[in-house]
Design a protein around this ligand. Structure first.
Ligand SMILES: NC(=O)c1ccc[n+]([C@@H]2O[C@H](COP(=O)([O-])OP(=O)(O)OC[C@H]3O[C@@H](n4cnc5c(N)ncnc54)[C@H](OP(=O)(O)O)[C@@H]3O)[C@@H](O)[C@H]2O)c1
Length: 270
C-alpha cells in the first residue's frame, strides 16, 4: 500500500503545470484529490483525467486571491467531501519586467496570490491538518526565495515571504508538540512549465522538468523533508551568500547568471 492511499489532498492551482502533475501523480498513488483551479473548466478537466485513469478526484473552483471566499469554500468542501489530510499551496503568478513598467495591479496581485492566498488557505485548513493522522502542509516557494531577483522583485519577495511563513509554522508546530503535522517548503529553480518562458537559466541550474520536480516533492512529503531544493546547487546558495561580503556575492550572482536570468522573461504566451 502506498503512503498516500486513502489520504485526501487539496491542490491549489491544479489546472495546469506542477499542480496538475502533482494531482495526477498523487492520485496514481491512491490519494483522493481535491483539484482546485480558478476556472471551473480547468478543475473539472483535471479531475476527469484522474477519474478516467481509475483514481478519485473532485474538481472545485478556488480563486486563492479572493480571500473572503476561502472560509465558504472550506465549508462547501466539508459538506461535499470531508476534511483534508494534505494541503498543497501551489497556485502562483509572476509578472516580470522593469519594475515601474509592470502595472502596479500586477505587482500587488503577485502578493495577493503568492503569499496572502497561501496564508488564508493554510489558516482555513490548519484544523483539518491537525486532526489528521498524517497532516502535511506543502508550500511551493522557489529558489528565488534565497536571492534578489532583478526584473522579478515582487515575485521573489513573495516567495521569500512563503519561505519565512512556512519555516515559522513548521517550528511553531514543533514547539506546540503537534508531531502529526509536517511542513515541506519547495524551492525549485526554473521549471519548463511556461511560467518562466524566455528566462536564461543560471550556471549549474539547467531548466528542470515538471516531472523531476514532482518526483522530488512526492519524496519530500513521504520522507517528511522540511525543504525540497532543486537542483542541488540551490542548497548552497544560502551558505554562499551568507559567507561572502555582499559586493562579492552580487558579482557572483551576476556572473552565474542569477541576476540577469529574468531580463528576457515573457512568461506564458497562450
Ligand atoms: N515554473 C517555474 O520555473 C517555477 C519555479 C519555482 C517555483 N514555481 C512555482 O510553482 C508553482 C506552480 O507553477 P507552474 O510552474 O506550474 O506554473 P503554472 O502552470 O502557471 O501554474 C500556476 C497555477 O496557478 C494558478 N493560479 C494563478 N492564479 C490563481 C488564483 N488566483 N487562484 C487559483 N489558482 C491560480 C494558475 O491558473 P490559471 O491557469 O488559471 O492561470 C495555474 O494553474 C507556482 O507557485 C510557481 O511560483 C515555478
Amino acid at each position: 500500500m502506498s503512503y498516500f492511499s486513502g489520504l485526501r489532498v487539496l491542490v491549489t492551482g491544479a489546472g495546469s503545470g506542477i499542480g496538475e502533475k502533482m494531482a495526477l501523480a498523487l492520485a496514481a498513488q491512491g490519494a483522493e484529490i481535491i483539484v482546485t483551479a480558478r476556472r471551473k473548466e480547468a478543475a473539472a478537466a483535471v479531475a476527469k483525467k484522474i477519474i478516467e485513469a481509475g483514481g478519485s478526484a473532485h474538481g472545485m473552483v478556488l480563486d486563492v486571491s479572493k480571500l473572503g471566499t476561502i472560509e465558504g469554500f472550506r465549508k462547501r468542501l466539508h459538506e461535499k467531501v470531508g476534511a483534508i489530510d494534505i494541503l498543497i499551496n501551489n497556485a502562483g503568478v509572476v509578472f516580470g519586467g522593469e519594475f515601474e513598467k509592470v502595472a502596479i495591479k500586477d505587482h500587488l496581485n503577485t502578493y495577493q496570490i503568492n503569499i496572502l492566498g497561501v496564508v488564508a488557505v493554510t489558516h482555513a485548513f490548519m484544523d483539518d491538518l491537525i486532526s489528521s493522522r498524517k497532516g502535511h502542509l506543502v508550500n511551493i516557494a522557489s529558489a528565488s526565495a534565497y536571492v534578489g531577483l532583478p526584473f522579478g522583485s515582487t515575485y521573489a519577495s513573495s516567495k521569500w515571504a512563503v519561505l519565512g511563513f512556512s519555516e515559522s509554522l513548521r517550528l511553531e508546530l514543533r514547539e506546540r508538540g503537534i508531531g502529526n503535522v509536517h511542513v515541506t517548503t519547495v524551492c525549485p529553480s526554473y521549471i519548463s512549465t511556461g511560467m518562466f518562458d524566455g528566462v536564461k537559466s543560471p550556471l549549474l541550474s539547467p531548466m528542470l522538468t515538471p516531472e523531476k520536480v514532482v518526483r522530488a516533492i512526492i519524496k519530500g512529503i513521504r520522507d517528511k523533508q522540511a525543504l525540497v531544493q532543486q537542483p542541488a546547487m540551490v542548497k548552497g546558495i544560502d551558505f554562499l551568500k551568507g559567507s561572502l561580503p555582499l559586493p562579492v556575492w552580487d558579482e557572483v550572482a551576476k556572473i552565474a547568471g542569477i541576476s540577469t536570468s529574468m531580463k528576457h522573461w515573457r512568461g506564458k504566451t497562450d
